[in-house]
Design a protein around this ligand. Structure first.
Ligand code: AHR
Length: 506
C-alpha cells in the first residue's frame, strides 16, 4: 500500500462526520429529550449522559427533524409553552402521538449543548413556501418583524446562526412522491424564499436521489440551479445576491440493507457478513457515477454531494415496535461505518457532508438507551477513532489488497483512507473485512524515519456479531495496538481479522 504524502489537494470536511436525529421511535423522545421533570439527569429537558457522550465525538452537525417526519412537520406546532403545543400523529413512524415538546428552541439548545452546527430540513411535501420562509426568518432575523417578535415572545431575544438548510427530504418518496421534473421546479421556488438575513448565510441542500437514481441527479443538476449568467446590474447586484449558486449541495441517500429480506442485526452467519460488506462497498460506485454527472454541470465541484442518510438497516429488535427502527449494533456495523467513512474521505472533493442514520436508538445508532441506562455502540467507537480525519488533508492511497473470498465471490480484504492534519500528523484508518484472516500490510510512506512516533488503536472482537449490551456495555471498545514495525519509508502492520484500525504517525 502506498500513501502519497506529497499530493495534498483536498480537505476532508469534518461535516462528513455529521449525524441525524429524527422524530422517530425513541431517537428524540427518550434518546435525547426526557423533559425537565425527568429523574434522568438533564439540562432544560435534554439528557446529560447522551450530550456528554456525543460531545466526545466532536460532532460537526446534526440534521433534524427528519427524514420523512420533516415533510409533515409544521414548525409552529413546536414553539411556545409546552402545554399549548398541539398533539399530532407521527404518520410515518408507528402512527404514535407526537406532543411537539421538542421543537425549534429545544433543538437549537441541543446544538449549543453539543457545540455542533444545526442542519434543519424544511417541509416541501406538505408545507408552504411561506411556512419555510417564516421558519428561516424566525431563526435568523435580527430586525423588527412578526417572526422576530414571536421568537422574542418565546424567550429568545437574539437570532441563532443557521447554515445548513434542506429543501425537503426524499421528495421522490415519503416527501411527496414527486417526479424529479416537478421537484426541480418546487426546489427553485422554495429556495428563493430561503433568504440570507442579518448576516446569516444559508447553505441550501436540495433533495437528491436515492441510491443509483441517476436520472434524478441529472435533472436536478441541469434544472435545479440557475445557470443563467448573472445580469451585470450595479443596483440589483447590491440587493439580490446574483452570484451565489442557488443549490449549494444535493443529497444522496444510501442505506446498507436488503429491502427484499431484512434480517437480524445480531443473529447472522458469514454469508450475511459478506453480503453486507458487499452492499456497503457498492456505495463507492454510486458516488462515482453521481459525481460524473455532477462534474458535467459543475466542473469546479462547488456543489457538495451531501450523503445525509446512510448506515445499516436491519430487522427491529424482537418485541419492539416495527415503526421505531430500533436495532442493535455489532462489530459488523463497526466495519460498515469504517468502510463508508473511508470511502467518503477518499471522495471528499465532492462529498462535503454525510449524516449517519441515526444518532440514538434508531438504525445504526451511536448510542442506545434503556430508561436511564445508556450504552455506546461499536459504531460510536469508530466515529470516535476516526475524528483524527476531521478537516485534515486527504492523502491519496494506492492499495493492492488481497481478496476475501466467500463461496465464489470476492471482495478486497482491506479498505483504507489517510490524511494529514495541520501539525503534520499522518492518520491512517484501515478496515480488514476478513472474518478470520489477519493481514500483513506494508505501507510505503515517503519520509518515514525510525524516530517516528506511531500510536494505534484497534476495534475488534472474538465473534463477528459481538456487541455491547446494557449488562456488558464494554464488550467491544478500542484497545491499544502495537503490532507494527517502523523502517525508513515503510511501516509494517499486521492487522487482525475483522477489525478497524487507526494509526497516528508523528
Ligand atoms: O432514517 C429513516 C428514514 O429513512 C428517514 O426518515 C427517511 O428519509 C429514509 O427513508
Amino acid at each position: 500500500m502506498n500513501i502519497h504524502t506529497k499530493k495534498k489537494d483536498h480537505t476532508i470536511s469534518r461535516h462528513i462526520y455529521g449525524h441525524f436525529a429524527e422524530h422517530l421511535g425513541r431517537c428524540v423522545y427518550e434518546g435525547i429529550w426526557v423533559g425537565e421533570d425527568s429523574s434522568i439527569p438533564n439540562t432544560r429537558g435534554i439528557r446529560n449522559d447522551v450530550v456528554e457522550a456525543l460531545r466526545k465525538l466532536h460532532i460537526p452537525n446534526l440534521r433534524w427533524p427528519g427524514g420523512c417526519f420533516a415533510d409533515e412537520y409544521h414548525w409552529k406546532d413546536g414553539i411556545g409553552p409546552l402545554e399549548d403545543r398541539p398533539t399530532i400523529v407521527n404518520t410515518n413512524w408507528g402512527k404514535v402521538t407526537e406532543n411537539n415538546h421538542f421543537g425549534t428552541h429545544e433543538f437549537m439548545d441541543l446544538c449549543e449543548q453539543l457545540d455542533t452546527e444545526p442542519y434543519i430540513c424544511g417541509n416541501v411535501g406538505s408545507g408552504t413556501v411561506q411556512e419555510m420562509q417564516e421558519w428561516v426568518e424566525y431563526l435568523t432575523f435580527d430586525g423588527e418583524s412578526p417572526m422576530t417578535n414571536l421568537r422574542k415572545k418565546n424567550g429568545r431575544d437574539k437570532p441563532w446562526k443557521l447554515k445548513y438548510f434542506g429543501i425537503g427530504n426524499e421528495n421522490w418518496g415519503c416527501g411527496g412522491k414527486m417526479r424529479v421534473e416537478h421537484y426541480a421546479d418546487k426546489y427553485r421556488n422554495y429556495q428563493t424564499y430561503v433568504k440570507d438575513l442579518s448576516g446569516n448565510e444559508i447553505y441550501k441542500i436540495a433533495c437528491g436521489p436515492q441510491e443509483a437514481d441517476y436520472h434524478w441527479m441529472e435533472v436536478m443538476m441541469r434544472e435545479g440551479m440557475d445557470r443563467i449568467e448573472p445580469v451585470k446590474d450595479a443596483i440589483i447586484e447590491n440587493i439580490w445576491d446574483y452570484h451565489r449558486p442557488e443549490m449549494n449541495g444535493i443529497s444522496l441517500h444510501y442505506y446498507t440493507r436488503n429491502r427484499a429480506n431484512y434480517t437480524s442485526a445480531t443473529e447472522f452467519d458469514e454469508a450475511l457478513w459478506f453480503d453486507y460488506m458487499d452492499r456497503t462497498m457498492k456505495i463507492e460506485e454510486i458516488i462515482e457515477n453521481h459525481t460524473a454527472i455532477m462534474d458535467k454541470y459543475d466542473p469546479e465541484k462547488s456543489v457538495g454531494l451531501i450523503i445525509d442518510e446512510w448506515g445499516t438497516w436491519f430487522k427491529v429488535e424482537p418485541g419492539t415496535n416495527p415503526g421505531f427502527l430500533y436495532q442493535q449494533n455489532t462489530l459488523r456495523d463497526a466495519l460498515i461505518a469504517g468502510i463508508n467513512l473511508n470511502i467518503f474521505n477518499n471522495h471528499c472533493d465532492r462529498v462535503h457532508m454525510a449524516n449517519i442514520a441515526q444518532v440514538v436508538n434508531v438504525l445504526q445508532a451511536m448510542i442506545l438507551t434503556d430508561g436511564e441506562k445508556m450504552i455506546l455502540t461499536p459504531s460510536y467507537h469508530v466515529f470516535e477513532m476516526y475524528k483524527v480525519h476531521h478537516d485534515a488533508t486527504l492523502l491519496p492511497t494506492n492499495v493492492s489488497s488481497r481478496y476475501y473470498t466467500y463461496e465464489d465471490k470476492h471482495l478486497p480484504m482491506i479498505n483504507v483512507s489517510a490524511s494529514q492534519n495541520q501539525s503534520g500528523q499522518i492518520n491512517i484508518s484501515i478496515c480488514n473485512i476478513h472474518p478470520s484472516v489477519s493481514d500483513d500490510i506494508i505501507i510505503d510512506l515517503e519520509g518515514l524515519t525510525s524516530e517516528a512516533q506511531v500510536e494505534g488503536r484497534v476495534l475488534t472482537a472474538d465473534q463477528i456479531n459481538d456487541h455491547n449490551t446494557f449488562d456488558a456495555p464494554n464488550n467491544i471498545q478500542p484497545i491499544e495496538f502495537n503490532d507494527f514495525k517502523i523502517e525508513p519509508n515503510k511501516l509494517m502492520v499486521t492487522i487482525p481479522s475483522k477489525s478497524v484500525l487507526v494509526l497516528q504517525i508523528n
